[in-house]
Design a protein around this ligand. Structure first.
Ligand code: SF4
Length: 339
């Protein structure tokens, strides 16, 4: 039996039953894959159900308002994913009559769809004979092959892609790909690979050589800069809260927030603002490429004393209406602590 056949057979008996796996609907596969980028499965399932209930198909997503789409994404982070979903849904309506193209070379042209998601849609929805490589699969492959090349190197990924495309031959691509992902997340885990119950035990060179605990190898660690921010609760005389909308592009694009500004580390360390204000708390928020240290202050009814640029584009809403707007995870966390 080939490696591909063993993985497929194992999956058909042991695979996890996840809601999007029972469907070959390309739209649902797409939404689930995008939600699961950077999100744990347990958390992603709830979002998937809510999103699909409100936007059951490409057309309903394309016809929605972006604010509502962002609201359904609220708390998931990486909001460019939601904006790209929305843009791609419109592209699918105008260029492809509301249907997904089936070929990899067309799927990958859609906004926000990279090689991983294009292959996942191709395999899970259309049965294209291609391997789908995520972080779990990289770990399994580097151990099975006993390959010490850094997995964050594009050359390694290309090499693994060629190998997995051979593994997937002569078997069903969807159960194969689900299977190797499940082996990675449930058996060949980072610190405790359960080789005795692994269907690849007899093929795995890392297991034979006893080197599986050393793999996979990662290249240079990224330097993570830290940025410092102050967030302000500013009220008007009716005790309404100032909020504003971020620009469409960039961090938290299109989401709402309370007035804030980036500050120097020395200012941040002083836990003070340059005008009357009460320190309410702070925490660190982690992004892929940097850490954000943020502090929040109550400026009360002091809008007039605040540098005017903080309130450009801001407007005031009753505090009980904040649910009607989509905020980033960090701002929601501030609300949780303060309101
Ligand atoms: S035999 Fe062990 S190291 Fe190899 S793939 Fe299976 S769990 Fe991972």
């Amino acid at each position: 039996m080939t490696i591909g056949e063993k993985i497929t057979e194992w999956y058909l008996e042991n695979g996890r039953d996840l809601p999007w796996r029972n469907s070959q609907n390309a739209y649902k596969v797409w939404i689930s894959e995008v939600i699961l980028q950077q999100t744990r499965i347990a958390q992603g399932i709830d979002y998937f159900y809510r999103f699909i209930e409100r936007f059951p198909d490409i057309q309903s997503l394309a016809n929605a308002e972006i604010d509502e789409v962002l609201k359904y994404w609220e708390g998931l982070g990486y909001y460019s994913r939601a904006r790209n979903l929305y843009a791609a849904a419109q592209e699918l309506m105008t260029k492809y009559e509301g249907k997904f193209p089936t070929h990899h070379s067309e799927i990958i042209k859609l906004k926000g769809i990279g090689p991983y998601t294009a292959r996942a849609i191709g395999s899970f929805a259309f049965g294209n004979q291609t391997g789908v490589i995520d972080g779990n699969v990289l770990r399994v492959m580097s151990r099975v092959l006993n390959d010490f090349s850094p997995i964050d190197d594009a050359k390694t990924r290309n090499k693994f892609q060629e190998i997995i495309d051979v593994w997937v031959e002569k078997t069903d691509s969807a159960p194969f790909n689900h299977g190797i992902m499940d082996i990675g997340s449930t058996i060949c885990t980072p610190t405790k690979p359960a080789c005795l119950i692994c269907p690849l035990e007899t093929d795995c060179i890392g297991r034979k050589e006893g080197s599986m605990h050393l793999l996979p190898i990662k290249g240079k660690k990224m330097l993570r800069p830290t940025r410092y921010f102050h967030f302000y609760f500013i009220y008007n005389s009716e005790k309404e809260l100032a909020i504003l909308r971020r620009p469409e592009k960039g961090l938290w694009g299109g989401l709402y927030e309370i007035p804030n500004e980036e500050v120097e580390m020395a200012v941040w360390e002083g836990k003070k603002v340059g005008f009357e204000g009460k320190y309410l708390g702070g925490f660190k928020h982690v992004f892929t490429h940097f850490d954000m240290e943020l502090q929040f202050f109550d400026l009360g009814n002091e809008a007039g004393k605040v540098a005017e640029n903080l309130l450009i584009n801001a407007f005031f809403i009753p505090v009980e209406k904040i649910q009607a707007y989509a905020f980033s995870k960090a701002v929601l966390k501030i609300f949780d602590k303060v309101l």
